[in-house]
Design a protein around this ligand. Structure first.
Ligand code: ATP
Length: 289
């Protein structure tokens, strides 16, 4: 691997606590990293699934999983932004683990659903603004995330969210990356991604629109009760998600711009940032509930 040695963590310096969740590629545990005897760091540890016992897993599949693991670690290592989960290091022995900073309040969706009566519109707008900041940063680095959704956002504290899960993202040197076959989040995807597997910063803008819709809806899922193949039909008939109850009109107008069928008509993340910043500041100053 080409991960720098300084980011390798010895198994002995990790203490595992409870399981936080599991994804397609592994389980995530809360842990403590003993960097030095006096320097303890709260971390989340993602252990790559050991598929050795599974007869159906052939060596090329294993290879793919390994590649994906290192790609995710390497991508995270290269980012430094207050609203993107930081990589602490990787641990390589009989299993592979990604050690990252811990988001104490877990997944944003669950957090929003559990605190529906305590979270004011201003805070929801703050989350949108922070996610926008993370996306503007990725756009400037020419990274396309490809999986912007509330399920991939973690809550650090009441006033700070962070974007996680770079498993699906790819570094791009051109504007377009043609995705390979994998389980795709159709309801979040731009029409050109569904139809032509085309993923760009502007298709991330579409996904960002869906994600801020989820935030303003307190973690509701988009297009509930509609089957994946029917979603693209709706989009092509010019139907869009409705305005969430607590969503300011100006923000809904921005969502609709993110969902322009023609990607060239969508705003980019730095344009969006100015608009969302303006809306947020208005709400904060007026103290609108
Ligand atoms: P997939 O990897 O298949 O796309 P996923 O995003 O749900 O799915 P993981 O990234 O493995 O899977 O995370 C699983 C769960 O572990 C998350 O949903 C979250 O609840 C928890 N988790 C992951 N990373 C952290 C973290 N840094 N801090 C706190 N909790 C985390």
């Amino acid at each position: 691997s080409d991960l720098s040695k300084s980011n390798q963590i010895q198994r002995e310096s990790l203490v595992f606590h409870e399981k936080l969740g599991s994804g397609q590629f592994g389980d995530v545990f809360r842990g403590t990293y003993k960097k030095t005897a006096s320097h303890l760091i709260d971390v989340a540890i993602k252990i790559l699934k050991n598929k050795e016992d599974n007869v159906e897993t052939n060596s090329s599949e294993k290879n793919m999983i390994l590649k994906r693991f290192f790609r995710e670690a390497k991508i995270m290592q290269n980012f430094d932004h207050p609203h993107i989960i930081k990589l602490v290091g990787v641990c390589i022995d009989d299993t592979l683990s990604i050690v990252m900073e811990l988001a104490k309040f877990g997944q944003l969706r669950t957090y929003l659903q559990n605190n529906i009566n305590q979270i004011e519109t201003t805070i929801l707008l703050l989350y949108c603004l922070q996610l926008n900041g993370a996306m503007e940063y990725l756009e400037s680095k020419k990274f396309v995330h490809r999986d912007i959704a509330a399920r991939n956002i973690l809550v650090f504290n009441h006033e700070c969210i962070k974007l996680a899960d770079f498993g699906l993202s790819r570094e791009i040197d051109e504007n377009v990356y043609l995705a390979s076959k994998c389980k795709l989040p159709i309801k979040w995807m731009a029409p050109e991604s569904i139809n032509f597997r085309k993923f760009t910063s502007l298709s991330d803008v579409w996904m960002f629109g869906i994600c801020i819709w989820e935030i303003m809806s307190f973690g509701e899922k988009p297009f509930q009760g509609i089957k994946n193949p029917d979603v693209i039909k709706l989009i092509e008939e010019k139907q869009r998600l409705d305005k969430p109850e607590k969503c300011p009109n100006e923000l809904y107008k921005l969502m609709l711009q993110c969902w322009e069928y023609d990607s060239s008509k969508r705003p980019n993340f730095s344009q969006l940032k100015n608009s969302i910043d303006f809306i947020y500041t208005q709400y904060k100053d007026k103290k609108v509930p």
